[in-house]
Ligand binder design. Structure first.
Ligand SMILES: [Mn+2]
Length: 333
């Protein structure tokens, strides 16, 4: 038995001994966050382990088709604090530091429950009792697949297959990103055999946009700027752009990928004005050996080698753009 099998069995043993489990994930949850949480939720419920998923935000609209997505609860101290205080195991999914749970962070920090992290982001912080981290892995969904597959008595259900499929599909950019290994495709084949429908799932996740989001994308595409001799593309979205289209920063999830579709561009950036909180969100993408996680770290964020992000404070979009360009000069000149 190799090391990861021992780890899988340890995690399964701890979960099965738990009287109450809390699952949580990062703020602004994506398909990997929600898919992983729901997949593990279904597994635990089928094993008769009382489980709740509590997160800082709502489930994004394009993930609400997932089985039992309504059971993912947005944190409300009055509704959830007593459950959180009485839970004996907390599983943090798809995050490498506790602050990524945003509103939940203070109460989770205080909790004496056994803490497990299952994640694939670089530089995991040491805040849990048990860390299952594989930074080479496509997605947290892939880790959940490995974990559940280590339970010989359990057969992956259609619900679980759909949730893990969404997790892997979204974190690999629909099977295009560098971590799309043959193993990922073997797992995907097993998920399809277990009932996940690739056509249906892609359609729900990517082809059900309200027109206003595509209008916003049009504005963002038309304002793209090229810097550093064509190597860096920056897309900016102002609060006026959101207001004129009736959208908000959470409607931009897949926009940044478009920046890398331009010939010669190695780094693509989306800078958005998050007007509710006076912050600016920076999403970074890069190609091949050009890495952006250290750039994100320099701005107080983090992520993966080729996909990372940060949130900065600034007085205006122009000054946020300027400090971003200054950071780029430091890193890449
Ligand atoms: Mn992920």
């Amino acid at each position: 038995m190799n090391n990861s099998n021992i780890l899988h069995n340890d995690i399964l043993k701890i979960l099965k001994k738990s009287s109450k489990v809390l699952l949580t994930t990062h703020t602004n949850p994506d398909g990997d966050a929600i898919g992983s949480a729901l997949a593990l939720y279904h597994y635990l419920i089928l094993n008769n382990i009382p489980t709740q998923i509590v997160i800082s935000d709502d489930v994004p609209r394009n993930l609400q088709f997932l089985p039992d997505s309504k059971l993912v609860e947005s944190y409300n101290p009055n509704r959830h604090n007593s459950y959180i205080k009485s839970t004996d195991t907390i599983v943090f999914l798809d995050l490498n530091e506790i602050s990524r749970t945003r509103l939940l962070a203070p109460i989770l920090e205080q909790s004496n429950a056994f803490k497990i992290v299952i994640d694939h982001h670089t530089n995991p912080k040491d805040f849990a009792n048990l860390l299952y981290s594989d930074t080479e892995c496509s997605s947290t969904g892939e880790l959940i697949y490995r974990l559940i597959s280590a339970d010989d008595d359990f057969k992956i259900t259609q619900n679980i297959a759909e949730c893990i499929y969404v997790a892997i599909m979204t974190d690999t950019g629909s099977f295009r990103f560098p971590r799309t290994t043959s193993e990922v495709h073997r797992i995907i084949a097993n998920l399809i055999d277990a009932g996940a429908d690739p056509y249906k799932i892609y359609d729900f996740v990517h082809n059900q946009n309200p027109l206003k989001i595509i209008r916003l994308l049009g504005i963002a595409l038309s304002k793209m700027q090229i810097h550093f001799n064509g190597k860096v593309c920056i897309m900016t979205i102002s609060k006026e752009d959101f207001a004129s289209t009736g959208t908000n920063y959470r409607d931009t999830e897949f926009f940044v990928e478009r920046t890398l579709s331009i010939e010669g561009v190695e780094i693509g950036i989306l800078l958005t004005e998050v007007f509710e909180r006076g912050e600016f969100k920076i999403s970074l993408r890069s190609k091949g050996e050009i890495y952006v996680n250290s750039l994100a770290n320099a701005m107080g964020g983090g992520g993966h080698l080729n996909a990372a992000g940060a949130t900065i404070k600034s007085t205006s979009l122009d000054s946020a753009l300027q400090s971003l360009i200054n950071q780029l000069k430091i890193k890449y000149n």
